[in-house]
Design a protein. Structure first.
Length: 319
């Protein structure tokens, strides 16, 4: 009986999904074919301020999609208001039904995170990503690409995933550009994309991390001569930028070059970089530094130019 009941529930969900009905809320209307843009200025000098919340609520009640999206996010995150994901969904629905690409994107994202229907039927969230992507929403284009992306075969130029990825990348989304670098037809084109990212700056945390990762990969390519002529000084430049930003792999790679004396770097610098990585890893409980510990043991056991053998430190890292 339990199996029969489960099959009935699954079939009902499938029917509702195919009927484009959100079982968590009311039936959703199709968004207007042309997403509308709004120019209402929303006071957000102090987003958690009660007066700002009240103003957002007033604008949302009047049907302003931008206000619905901003207020919905506040209810979803509990920013200045009591967290209420159901109300957040209703606000996103309101914005999506009004033709807002941001509303469509946020509704798809909400379903992906909170709807058990979307867990069994990913297309329920994907359909809203697609609508937003078709309306030119770059984050939606990237999300959709990551959900339909398939590896390129040598004979292929594009597929649906890479087309959406390229669309988001062309709008300046760094995550999309970084991912696209691994799906373009040639490694040289991928390297060119990474180099372009590495040269940028951003205060956004996620973008900053993407830029630093690109800097590391560009430096590694110059060090190995992958996709570009080997150039130790340029490799050191990019690896140093990434290492300065805290990238552990960049520190290790820079340390390896220093240990070899490349570019006039000293073995002492290599030790300092290795030890910094080990200390940082221990602080966050990362145990994947055994090879680095063995390298430090060997350095202090044998000594290097400017570094005398040190039994105490050898035993310290051996432990």
């Amino acid at each position: 009986m339990e199996k029969i009941a489960l099959l009935i529930v699954i079939n009902v969900i499938a029917y509702l999904q195919l009927s484009n009905i959100n079982v968590i809320g009311a039936e959703l209307q199709e968004p207007s074919s042309t997403p509308r843009s709004f120019s209402v200025v929303i006071p957000l000098e102090n987003p958690s301020n009660e007066s700002s919340i009240a103003e957002l609520s007033r604008l949302a009640d009047e049907g302003n999609p931008e206000a619905c999206c901003v207020l919905g996010k506040k209810y979803e995150e509990g920013d200045g208001v009591e967290k209420n994901i159901s109300l957040a969904r209703k606000l996103y629905e309101q914005a999506a039904e009004a033709g807002s690409s941001e509303g469509m994107y946020r509704l798809g994202n909400w379903q992906e995170k909170y709807s058990w229907v979307a867990f069994f039927f990913p297309s329920s969230s994907r359909q809203w990503y697609r609508k937003a992507a078709e309306a030119g929403h770059k984050e939606a284009q990237y999300r959709l690409a990551m959900r339909v992306l398939a590896p390129l075969r040598p004979s292929e130029q594009e597929n649906e995933g890479t087309r959406w990825l390229r669309a988001a990348a062309q709008q300046g989304l760094l995550q999309a550009q970084f991912t696209l670098a691994h799906y373009v037809p040639t490694e040289e084109e991928g390297f060119s994309i990474l180099l372009n990212i590495a040269e940028q700056t951003s205060k956004d945390t996620e973008d900053h991390d993407t830029i630093v990762e690109a800097q590391y990969r560009v430096g590694r390519s110059y060090a190995k001569g992958d996709c570009v002529a080997q150039d130790t000084s340029t490799a050191i430049y990019w690896l140093n930028r990434a290492a300065t930003a805290g990238h552990h792999k960049a520190k290790i790679k820079l340390g390896e070059l220093a240990e070899k004396g490349a570019g006039g770097l000293s073995a002492q610098l290599a030790v300092e970089l290795y030890e910094k990585v080990v200390v940082d890893a221990a602080r966050i409980g990362d145990t994947k530094t055994r090879s680095l510990l063995r390298r430090l043991v060997l350095i202090y056991q044998e000594g290097r130019e400017g570094i005398a053998p040190d039994l105490v430190k050898e035993i310290h890292y051996l432990r």
